[in-house]
Design a protein. Sequence first.
Length: 152
Amino acid sequence: MELYRICFRSKIEWKNVSPELQKELDYSLTRIRRMNRRKGVTGALLMGNTHVLHYFEGKPGPVLDTLYCVMQDARVGEMEAIFHEPAPARLFPNSLMFFRDLTTLEVAQLHPALQFVVDRPSRISVDESMNALCCFSEEMRESRLTNGMMLG
C-alpha cells in the first residue's frame, strides 16, 4: 500500500469556536475518527493557544480528502504547509486521530517547548514538526507495549 503523509499548521479562528470548547472537541474528534476509520486515515492534532498542528497519513486520495474537509472548516484559519510526501511508515498506526491539548499543565511539564513551537509566529520546520509528533507517537507506542505485556 502506498502511504502518503501531510503536515500543516493552522491558526485557530476562536470567533468560530463554541464557548463550550470541550463539547465541541469531543464532537469533532468523534466525527473525524469515524470518517478516518472508513478511509483508513490515521494522524494527530496538537493544539496550542493560537494554532493547531495537523498530521494525516494513509493512502494519498483519502489523506487529501481529509485535508479538503479541514479547509472547509470555519474554525480553521490561515494554513501553513509544512510537508506533504510519501511516508515510509505510519507514525500513528493505531490512532484514528490522536489529540493533545498542549496548553494543559501536564503536557507543558512533560514537553515544555512544544506549545511555543506550535504557537510561534514564524514558520515551523519539517524537523520541528516531526520532533513534536514523534514525542507523542513514541509515547503511544510505549503505552501499547505496556498494555500488551499486562494483558499478554
